[in-house]
Ligand binder design. Structure first.
Ligand code: F3S
Ligand code: F3S
Length: 103
């Protein structure tokens, strides 16, 4: 799966959403999240993020490996499509507690 990491926090450019063919990128209050059960690893989102927040899980920089867990854990159930689901009402605790990046 692909994972959204720290650079997205408080930036939320959302260019990635437009690219995803399966609508599996969900918006939280401070960051977006890729649902690992729905991502088909097409990779289309990765190059369009202006702050390079998106990584293949295996390629996550060491300091951001916890974001793979955060992207997965923020979903209680398989939401079934971001457009229909609407924004998530909370961030994963890892993201919620993160210091402001000043972006
Ligand atoms: Fe975030 Fe980059 Fe998407 S900033 S919303 S991961 S385009
Ligand atoms: Fe969508 Fe990116 Fe996965 S475009 S299918 S979230 S690799």
């Amino acid at each position: 799966t692909y994972v959204i990491a720290e650079p997205c926090i408080d930036v939320k450019d959302k260019a990635c959403i437009e690219e995803c063919p399966v609508d599996c990128i969900y918006e939280g209050p401070r960051s977006l999240y890729i649902n690992p059960d729905e991502c088909v690893d097409c990779g289309a989102c990765e190059p369009v993020c202006p702050v390079e927040a998106i990584f293949l899980e295996e390629d996550l920089p060491y300091e951001w490996t916890a974001f793979a867990k955060a992207n997965a854990e923020v979903f209680d159930t398989a939401p079934g499509g971001a457009a229909q689901h609407g924004p998530l009402d909370r961030d994963h605790p890892l993201i919620a507690q993160r210091g402001k990046t000043g972006a």
